[in-house]
Design a protein around this ligand. Structure first.
Ligand code: HAM
Length: 430
């Protein structure tokens, strides 16, 4: 294929056989979010570049080297959103929804980062983001973690581990930062080039370095936890008590610092060993200073985002069949005119059955081949304007000849559905 019209590296098609898993994950997430009182907000995919530079931080990897930034026809610098929190805050301020109010929001959609693509890391990827505004205490931190835990359980996932840290306030972090920089300067030899460069710009991120030579030095580095201000310490301890009381397991990771500058106090990540190098499935934390930084009135805030490619892959690995999506019945018109077949399919759908009706003609053999490939459990072959053959393709019910009405009743009973039978013009043997 001509390379010029191939998909952009790191930006993938999601094919129908993938999308069944995506739909399951998205529907489950929406149910859980609904159960916790979160409401959906839809935000633009493109924002002014300045929004991300100011909120994520000009010395972060995202802003320094990963954003898709371009000038539009007016000469304005715009950026494809690399994440959703900045937009949520912007929208909240712009629409007057944050000051003195409590908001619980979620959003979903594509994000764009020019990272080196590998399994689990893409240039266009998708997140479900969740944000809460106006609640300062650790109760909401705990509730968010409970929400994620419930979602993973609902999806049948186990083995995800929660790591937790606190970054304190900007003031307590500044004091720590000075000590950390002094320590890192004593150990420059053990640090990779990227880490050395970061000492001056974003020293806390050095703690996150995966470079093998640096691990020993970083383990022994001064800990942020020892430099916490009293309020941040109390917040963290209360959060821990709430999680303990709720039976949520976690590990404290004093080196968990996150790659975006807006965080303060609580930060957390849910990690897995099942996705190779890209282990973070969900990550977030508190960002109490961001609303004010972007021009709003000071508003406490916390949130997280789930990487959907990663979560969907974990669900796919479970190998749970996708019976809840796709046709249950494949209808082969065989001996009846197409108009009758279409009406029969409609009458089965009136019973809330999922029916794929064969269209496009072809030999009987090719129609049955399509039926087998459709994933449907039953084939309904319309033999005459009153009789069908129902064949079980995957179980041991065999084949039976039924009237249209009896076929509908039989299949509805098999799938436990019922529907609006007043509407089934073709139901009775007519
Ligand atoms: P983040 O840690 O940059 O945080 O991203 C959250 C999640 O998105 C990651 O844990 C990962 O699962 C997924 N993710 C990130 N980059 C990629 C990529 N290149 N390919 C595939 N998946 C990726 C945020 O974006 C914050 N806005 C989260 C937040 C919301 N904090 C507060 N509110």
């Amino acid at each position: 294929m001509n390379k010029a019209i191939q998909a952009v590296r790191g930006m993938n098609d999601l094919l129908p056989e993938d999308v069944v898993y995506w739909q399951r994950v998205e529907a489950t997430a929406q149910d859980v979010l609904n159960e916790y009182g979160y409401r959906e907000i839809r935000l633009p995919v493109v924002e002014r570049t300045e929004l991300f530079a100011r909120s994520i931080g000009s010395h972060t990897d995202i802003v320094e080297k990963e954003m898709y930034t371009f000038e539009d026809r007016n000469g304005d610098s715009l950026t494809l959103r690399p994440e959703g929190t900045a937009s949520a805050v912007r929208a909240g301020i712009e629409n007057g929804l944050l000051h003195n109010q409590v908001q619980r929001w979620w959003y979903a959609g594509p994000m764009f980062r020019h990272e080196r693509p590998q399994k689990g890391r893409y240039r266009q990827f998708h997140q479900i983001g969740v944000e809460a505004y106006g609640i300062a205490g650790p109760d909401i931190d705990a509730e968010m973690i409970l929400l994620t835990s419930r979602l993973f359980k609902r999806l049948g996932l186990s083995g995800l581990r929660l790591e937790l840290n606190t970054l304190g306030t900007p003031e307590s972090r500044a004091a720590y930062r000075a000590r950390l920089v002094a320590y890192l300067r004593q150990h420059l030899d053990a640090l990779d080039e990227d880490s050395r460069r970061r000492i001056d710009t974003n020293p806390l991120r050095v703690l996150d370095s995966k470079h093998p030579d640096a691990q020993d030095i970083l383990r022994k580095a001064p800990s942020l936890l020892e430099h916490l201000d009293g309020e941040s310490r109390a917040h963290f301890e209360e959060l821990r008590a709430l999680l303990d009381a709720s039976g949520i397991d976690y590990q404290i990771n004093p080196r968990l610092v996150r790659g975006l500058d807006y965080y303060s106090r609580t930060v957390f990540e849910w990690l897995t060993d099942r996705l190779g190098a890209q282990s973070a499935v969900c990550a977030g934390g508190r960002y109490d200073g961001l609303v004010e930084l972007l021009g709003g009135k000071a508003t406490p805030a916390i949130g997280f985002a789930i990487g959907l490619e990663r979560l969907v892959e974990l669900v796919r690995q479970l190998g749970v069949p996708t019976d809840d999506i796709g046709p249950q019945i494949y209808l082969v018109p065989a001996g009846v005119p197409m108009a009758t077949a279409l009406q029969l399919a409609e009458s089965l759908r009136d019973l809330n059955l999922r029916v794929e009706c064969h269209c496009g003609g072809g030999s009987q053999k090719s129609q049955w081949k399509r039926a087998e490939r459709s994933g449907a459990r039953y084939v309904v072959q319309a033999e005459t304007p009153t009789q069908v053959t129902v064949k079980d393709l995957r179980g041991n019910e065999g084949q039976r000849s039924l009237s249209y009405g009896d076929a509908g009743a039989y299949l509805a009973a098999r799938f436990g559905t019922c529907g609006d039978s007043s509407n089934t013009s073709i139901r009775a043997e007519n």
